[in-house]
Write a protein that binds this ligand. Structure first.
Ligand code: GAP
Length: 512
């Protein structure tokens, strides 16, 4: 199945099984805003819990905060967001559609990569078993021609973005003959800068109202609380502050479902270190974060680092952790060495001293910062994409199963009475009443047991137990395992010990 079709199926599965709904759907939705349903919110909470515990519980020098979404507007001046948090946008005059100029060019580069992949596929077919991909890639004149074009475009694009040369971005679009996907024409406007922050009015009277922003990242809430936390927690460097919360960006091109949203959630951690040690901490955090991802068991081959060659003026190292989505490797997390830029800026704009007094050296200085920043929704999408599986069964049927890591699954155990009578529902309920204190259990009595298993497979429930007539006699149930579909007879009193460890967040943390 084409990857595009797989992705469409995942999106509709998310809706059909109560994971993600388009926001305000009865009013035809609101672009790039989504709501999480009854199963989605459980999965999302589990992802957040996994992250929070890995930061705050597993490190004795990291604490958490929860800062407000509204912040003093000068914060965004100091951070550079008012002046520089822009995307270059371009309109097509015929379709009246608006695009990000950089995204149009990136898509064009991806087309060159697709062309190379097609050449490789053709050659593989031609040469059969003896095909050596690496050799082909390095010797084929056709591949070289395409790769040269892509590299030249990449270089020109990087330079234009670095200089924020809007005319050059437009010229690239014209030279590459990029057309609007809707109208098919090259009738483009000029490229303009577009600030991504949402603004609103604060205060009740028109005269007294001031402009405030919905935060575009949670990080600034950490920076402006650095001193509060350091002093009240008597924290010593190096130490970290973690936060999970909503962020808002008026994305011009909102697409790929929950990959790029206008309202989303971030999990960010700022790690404050002694100046000069930041480049020792940076690789440590890269490794730590990659281990966190890989502990989910999705396979190391599905992750890669993308180190940034061109850095923001305040950064001295930056990388993305990318995950293989159905639409290619995409950024899920960013790790940045942000120097002392943010704290220094807040010091300058607020006029207050924001320093650290180092008792060992008897000096005061502005700490440097390593930031780890991951989008909850992107993480959710990567988990969904990797877990969605269609299996061909021996009887010819197709089984749709979400092979979620058990610790992230919304429901851990479904309890199913064989029939809706003779005391079986009551017995099932008894099991739930006992186990619901330890993990999320659900009761289901509608339809055949086979159908109920399928429903649980579709939401990724790792364990189902069936209560039958023998249960009433010997307190045993049939437990069915989601991935293997194997069934075993076990004692009700053993259920907790069979399940609890495997579905706990601790089981993931121990793999880190
Ligand atoms: N404080 C640094 C910062 O915000 P970023 O690379 O702009 O860095 C960090 O964002 C992460 O937030 C990204 O790796 C991504 O997972 C998530 N993210 C950013 N914009 C997003 C959007 N529009 N929709 C969903 N997630 C987004």
């Amino acid at each position: 199945m084409a990857q595009e079709d797989v992705f469409k199926k995942i999106v509709s599965h998310c809706k059909e099984y109560g994971f993600v709904f388009p926001s305000s759907e009865v009013y035809d939705g609101l672009a790039a805003v989504y709501d999480y349903g009854q199963n989605g919110v459980e999965l999302k909470n589990n992802i957040k819990e996994y992250w929070w515990k890995s930061m705050v519980l597993m490190h004795d020098n990291i604490v958490g905060i929860d800062s407000a979404i509204f912040m003093h507007p000068t914060i965004w001046k100091a951070s550079g967001h008012v002046d520089a948090f822009n995307d270059p946008l371009i309109d097509n005059r015929d379709s009246k559609k608006r695009y990000r100029a950089d995204v149009l060019i990136e898509d064009q580069m991806a087309k060159y990569d697709e062309k190379i992949e097609k050449e490789v596929a053709k050659a593989r077919k031609r040469f059969g078993e003896s095909f050596d991909e690496a050799q082909y890639l390095s010797t084929s004149p056709r591949v070289k021609e395409i790769a040269d074009k892509r590299d030249a475009l990449h270089e020109r694009f990087q330079k234009a973005m670095n200089d924020m040369n809007l005319e050059e971005l437009r010229q690239i679009i014209l030279d590459e003959e990029i057309v609007c996907p809707i109208s098919g024409t090259k009738n483009w406007t000029e490229v303009r800068q577009f600030n991504l922050m949402f603004a609103t009015e604060f205060g009740s009277t028109a005269e007294g109202a001031s402009k405030v922003y919905l935060r575009p990242e949670t990080a600034q809430g950490i920076f402006v609380n650095y001193l509060n936390v350091q002093k009240t927690g008597r924290m010593k460097l190096p130490f970290g502050i973690a936060q999970i919360g909503k962020a808002f960006r008026n994305e011009i091109v909102a697409r790929q479902f929950i990959f790029r949203m206008r309202e989303f959630e971030q999990m960010e951690m700022q790690f404050f270190v002694q100046p000069g040690t930041e480049l020792e901490w940076f690789p440590k955090w890269k490794e730590t974060r990659m281990r966190w991802h890989q502990a989910l068991g999705f396979g190391a081959e599905n992750y890669r680092f993308h180190d940034h060659d061109k850095l923001a003026h305040y950064a001295n190292a930056a990388t993305d952790i990318e995950f293989r989505m159905p639409f290619g490797f995409k950024e899920v997390e960013g790790i940045h060495s942000r120097t002392n830029f943010d704290l220094s800026q807040h010091e300058k704009f607020s006029g207050r001293s924001i320093k650290y007094f180092d008792p060992q050296t008897n000096e005061s200085y502005t700490p440097y910062v390593i930031e780890t920043s991951i989008g909850v929704d992107r993480m959710f999408l990567s988990v969904m994409c990797h877990s969605y599986t269609e299996e061909q069964l021996e009887n010819g049927e197709t089984r749709v199963v979400l092979k979620l890591p058990a610790a992230l699954a919304p429901v851990k155990l479904a309890v199913l009475p064989l029939v809706k009578k003779d005391g079986l529902p009551e017995k099932a309920q008894e099991i739930i009443n006992d186990l619901k204190f330890h993990f999320n259990c659900k009761y289901d009595e509608k339809d055949t047991v086979g159908k109920r298993y399928r429903r649980q497979d579709a939401i990724g429930t790792p364990y189902c137990v069936t209560v039958d007539y023998d249960t009433l006699k010997d307190d045993s149930v049939t437990i069915r395992f989601r991935d293997t579909m194997e069934q075993e007879r076990v004692k009700i009193s053993d259920l907790r010990s069979i399940i609890e460890d495997k579905v706990s967040i601790a089981s993931l943390l121990k793999k880190n």
